[in-house]
Design a protein around this ligand. Structure first.
Ligand code: C5P
Length: 400
């Protein structure tokens, strides 16, 4: 239920605006108050009268409506809600949000709000897939904006693909999650991510090609389901998600300490590409070039953080998930790794150079569990993350 919650609902100008009428009705059935805002373009699709009748509220339409300013300034309007929902979120609205424009009431409210924003995109498939739109989506996700959909399907324009606005029940579920009422509410999940850097001397280090994109997406997806997330990250290319507890580390040993300090947890996901080796001894000064002599580097093995946690005698998180980046025999190697490490699941992926997965935006994973190997189709790292987070939620809820 959404008793006592106020949703500021910004309706953008798209054919999916008709679904927002039903959304308002259902939100009110759940006990929420809905304050509707219409963009100019939205008025071409739904009338202010029908919106205000269904919301049983005044509908806000114009930034320069002085009566509204006297009654409630736009700053106050943007903050009086518990959550701001944009449905349908058009390509234009997403672009304005990503660019920080504020030239009408809707975009000004979105800039002025101090509340979380959930968007339900709806647009033609080509528009959704356009690099400019995808860039904006990436920017907004990085800013902590929550997304529901779009879904795949037939569109009003006759084309088929991603771009359909999510259905009303999906939007309501996302609203509940955004209000901290998701299936992982009250759960603590630990995520490691990114590469580690192992110093050779004060200016050089050993590293790997991990960008941290998959781990970051997983942390964001868990947060979106209501989890309290501790995100232990090495020096990654992508910024950490908003709304999680970030612990930045550099070396494997620092990562191990940070992981141990973050326990207990209900689940722990080890997405970091931890360096297997470090220098056997630390060099305080820069190794000098010497004529005719090559330096000999002596390695020591790093602690296996995943295996350590998976095999803890006491206080082991009920669900421990590792990753296996393999270049051949993915399933066989990952299955053996699951047994060796003692974790519950292994998320295995093929990181051969030709797959473009390491450092890329997509992933093709196989989930290895006690039940066997489940091969997932290739999809964006965000989708892999959302699917994994949902599995974590289902598993933790079942275990109750
Ligand atoms: O043994 P391998 O490096 O292939 O194992 C990969 C899995 O183990 C990943 O989940 C990774 O985060 C974790 N790992 C770890 N500590 C290490 C090495 C790997 O937590 N030192």
């Amino acid at each position: 239920m959404l008793n006592g919650k106020t949703i500021l609902l910004i309706i953008g100008g798209g054919i999916a605006a008709f679904k927002s009428l039903d959304l308002m009705r259902r939100l009110r059935d759940e006990g929420a108050r809905v304050v509707p805002v219409l963009t100019k373009a939205a008025e071409e699709f739904v009338t202010p009268l029908s919106v205000s009748a269904l919301a049983a509220e005044k509908v806000y339409r114009d930034l320069f409506d002085l009566t509204d300013e006297a009654e409630m300034g736009h700053i106050e309007l943007s903050r009086a809600a518990d959550l701001v929902v944009v449905a349908p979120a058009t390509a234009d609205l997403l672009g304005k949000m990503a660019g920080g424009l504020a030239n009408d009431l809707a975009s000004t409210l979105l800039m002025a709000t101090d509340k979380r924003v959930l968007v339900a995109p709806a647009m033609n498939v080509r528009m959704w897939e356009h690099p400019a739109c995808q860039r904006n989506v990436g920017t907004l996700r990085g800013d902590g904006v929550l997304f529901v959909g779009p879904n795949d399907g037939a569109m009003a324009c006759g084309e088929f693909g991603p771009g359909r606005m999510s259905e009303v029940p999906e939007i309501i579920a996302a609203i509940k999650t955004a209000l901290g009422d998701g299936p992982l509410k009250g759960k603590h999940v630990l995520v490691t991510s990114g590469p580690t850097h192992e110093p050779i001397d004060p200016v050089r280090y050993i590293a790997n090609r991990s960008s941290g994109a998959q781990g970051t997406a997983i942390a964001a997806a868990l947060r979106d389901l209501g989890a309290k997330v501790t995100f232990v990250t090495g020096p990654a290319d992508v910024p950490p998600p908003q709304g999680v507890e970030v612990v930045a580390v550099e070396t494997a040993r620092e990562m191990k300490d940070a992981v141990e300090a973050a326990l207990p947890a209900d689940a722990a996901i080890f997405a970091a590409a931890v360096a297997d080796w470090r220098m056997a001894s630390e060099t305080a000064s820069k190794i000098k070039k010497q004529d005719g002599a090559l330096p000999v580097l002596e390695f020591a093995e790093n602690p296996d953080i995943l295996a350590g946690v998976a095999q803890m005698a006491a206080g082991r998180p009920p669900l421990v998930i590792g990753f296996a980046a393999e270049t051949d025999d993915v399933i066989a190697n990952a299955t053996a790794k699951r047994a060796r490490k003692g974790c519950d699941w292994i998320v295995a992926n093929d990181v051969s150079a030709e797959t473009g997965i390491m450092g890329g935006s997509e992933n093709a994973v196989t989930l290895i569990s006690e039940a066997g190997a489940d091969v997932w189709p290739r999809m964006s790292k965000e989708k892999v993350a959302a699917q994994l987070a949902q599995r974590v939620a289902d598993t933790l809820l079942q275990a109750k």
